[in-house]
Design a protein around this ligand. Structure first.
Ligand code: ADP
Length: 350
């Protein structure tokens, strides 16, 4: 084939031709020698020209984003593999994900515009920085000043004391919310290399132990059946224990005084299973698809006074999925709920 072959001949099937013409990403087909054999309309728009027949040098002279392509196309032909890179077009002021793939006769290069995606990422990072520092620090100061005022005014009227309590309570709520948001982000970004070999049954026992006191406060019966196992899990132990405590904590929160909570943990078919069952308020089926979403609260009758951010279950889901496991839930309004997760046991030791 010559370097001037039409795209139509390169993509013999009508369906493929349609994809080549309609795809919004710029697609360029190169010969083995590095000349453009075909460029789809998106590529022509990106270049403001039809580059068919152009050499890579000519492309790079027009837009520097093509400059690094020479080396990797050479590489590709030797190894016949695929290549991806994040490059910037100064001419277009766009960030691009560049994907290239080669076969015997040439290579295909796709340019996908990720400018908006990166912008959103930068905005999100900025918001998190704002939350962690610019919002958190002044809120912590408000809390401290409330304590100072209370200390300075030992004979304050009950009304002043009440006002201070309200400020402290709401400020505390905002601080908890910020901490939960930051914690979820931290989990998402946490490096998996930091994980250790841990005994999940041991974590379950510790989690139950830590929740005995809150359950006692509500005269609830907290029953645990944690089957001792020697199987180890590759995990961030604090995170898994935190997820377990979140589920038990929710069962306590959403179960009236005197209720019953059962925690069960066991290993089966290479998986560690953890389940928390309660006979609390439960919730209707319409909430099921959303219950693990961030900020989602079912707001069942009887839970009006229960404080929360709707982030606890999202934290559990994020933590468990980070460990390649899965969360699940069953619930009946007015009868109770069963929340659980499983985690893959990557390595088993005596
Ligand atoms: P929060 O408790 O702070 O609102 P979560 O993310 O932990 O946030 O839970 C989200 C929602 O799921 C809660 O608002 C509640 O409506 C519902 N929920 C969670 N656990 C239970 C439970 N054990 N029983 C009934 N409802 C629950």
């Amino acid at each position: 084939m010559s370097d001037r072959d039409e795209p139509r001949e390169l993509v013999p099937d009508d369906g493929l031709a349609a994809v080549f013409l309609a795809v919004p990403d710029a697609l360029l087909v190169f010969s083995r020698e590095g000349r453009v054999r075909a460029a789809n309309p998106a590529a022509q728009r990106f270049l403001d020209a039809d580059p068919t027949g152009w050499s890579l040098e000519r492309l790079a002279a027009l837009d520097g984003v093509f400059a690094p392509l020479q080396d990797f196309l050479d590489d590709l032909h030797h190894q016949r593999s695929a290549w991806t890179a994040q490059l910037h077009s100064a001419r277009r002021k766009r960030d691009l994900a560049v994907v290239a793939s080669a076969w015997d006769g040439g290579s295909v290069v796709l340019l996908h515009d990720i400018t908006d995606l990166l912008d959103r990422g930068r905005f999100r990072d900025e918001m998190l920085r704002l939350a962690s520092h610019d919002l958190r620090a002044p809120l912590a100061l408000v809390m401290n000043y409330c304590d100072l005022i209370a200390a300075e005014l030992p004979d304050a009227s009950p009304r002043v004391t009440q006002y201070l309590d309200v400020i402290r309570r709401f400020t505390g709520r905002m601080l908890n919310l910020l901490d939960a948001i930051l914690r979820i982000d931290q989990i998402r970004l946490s490096p998996l290399e930091l994980h250790e070999q841990v005994n999940p049954a041991e974590l379950a026992r510790l989690a139950v132990e830590n929740m005995i006191w809150p359950a006692d406060q509500k005269n609830q019966q907290l029953e645990a059946d944690v089957q001792a196992g020697t199987e180890l899990l590759t995990a961030d132990p604090l995170l898994i224990q935190e997820a377990m405590e979140n589920l038990i904590g929710n069962a306590i929160k959403y179960t009236p005084d005197g209720g019953h909570i059962a925690v069960r943990a066991h290993v089966e078919a290479g998986r560690f299973h953890f389940v928390v069952e309660d006979n609390g308020v439960g919730f209707g089926q319409e909430h099921l698809p959303h219950i693990f979403e961030a900020f989602y609260r079912a707001k069942q009758p009887g839970t009006e006074q229960v404080e929360g951010s709707g982030l606890g279950l999202n934290l559990v889901k994020t933590a468990i999925e980070r460990h390649l496991g899965e969360v699940w839930v069953e619930s009946r309004e007015g009868e109770g709920s069963r929340f659980g997760f499983w985690l893959p046991l990557q390595s088993t030791k005596e």
